[in-house]
Ligand binder design. Sequence first.
Ligand SMILES: *Cc1c(COP(=O)(O)O)cnc(C)c1O
Length: 419
Amino acid sequence: MNYFNYRGKDLYCEDVALENLAKEFGTPLYVYSGKTILRHYHAFDNAFKSHDHLICYSIKANSNIGILNLLVQAGSGFDIVSKGELYRAMKAGADPSKIVFSGVGKTEDEIEMALIAGILMFNVESEAELYAIDKVAGRLGKKAPISFRVNPDVNPLTHPYISTGLKKNKFGIPHEKIIEAYKRALDLNNIEVVGIDCHIGSQITQLDPFNEAVEKMLNLIEKIESLGINIKYVDLGGGLGITYKDEEPAHPNEYGEAVLKYFKGINKKLIFEPGRVIVGNAGVLLTKVLYKKDTSEKKFIVVDAAMNDLARPALYGSYHSIVPVIKKEGNNVSVDIVGPVCESTDYLAKERTITEPEGGDLLCVMSAGAYGFSMASNYNSRLKPAEILVYNDKYYCIRERDTLEDLVSKENIPQIKVE
Ligand SMILES: *Cc1c(COP(=O)(O)O)cnc(C)c1O
């Protein structure tokens, strides 16, 4: 069941024609399918139904509070990496006792805000951070629930920019130092050890890296528990990949089986932090063709969406499928689809064969729901696009397009009289 389908020549999101949304809200435009988000959430949730578990959707993949609220209603918790994400989660109606806080650089004011909110646990990434949390908790007269994020030194077999569990990565505590860290935590008055955590990378399509990580975690848990510490929560992070082109990632059910085989009869709550697999294929970016440009080398299609709207191609060389919003007849041509930003990395597709579009045609960039809008910027003083959430035959503007006033609303002209 797919919620982005052609009906005749027209591409629909659920029961809404994308052309109509482009007409009403303009382009570039992010459009999300609420049904797809929920289907992905439930598929993941079902994969673990035989074991006590909690899904903490990773907010950074797509942080719009309209989307977070759908997930709140489905029962999701959240993985946050900043006080901004905590604020978003609370705005969206999240239950703080289902929030885990990851990230290598939590500041004291972020720790304070999370302690006051009453989150489930901090995923601590260094001993220095442990002391900071202990200090803030002491000041507030609270006990901070923590787990340590282990760096298990596992190769996730993904793009090097999104691997996080290798020794050379900045994340987590090296697994050979983790026992030491738990011993330290035992000595602190304002810390309560509740779990262990890892997250090895993103867009992982194979199961072997996950198996390897779980085996290393179980090994550590045994050692930690021999110190008299009870590990209640085992947080295995996120990272399950999706299909952008021809990848064949494990289905959540296969991932579930792979993980659960290790936890039969083990009475610990499993926590997962999926991001991309929930929202990635639930969102698209609509863009309009501005100009066609032929050089002796190449054909360029200049569109109105750019790297500031969708950074993944420029940042990781990522592939996004691009299809017409209205199918038409025509010649197949090989083109570079590029945006208006003044950088040579500003492209959405390179040497892509598509039916030759004309100026004014609408194109749909697929699989743009994760790390799309959440990575968007105002570079080149471009206005961030609007975001639309479709649900059955209804649609909702969940973020308005930036205005020109928004661009300068935080800026001031100082009282300088130039001599
Ligand atoms: C980014 C991130 C996730 C989500 O990763 P996906 O690949 O989108 O599932 C989960 N946990 C942590 C700590 C992260 O940094």
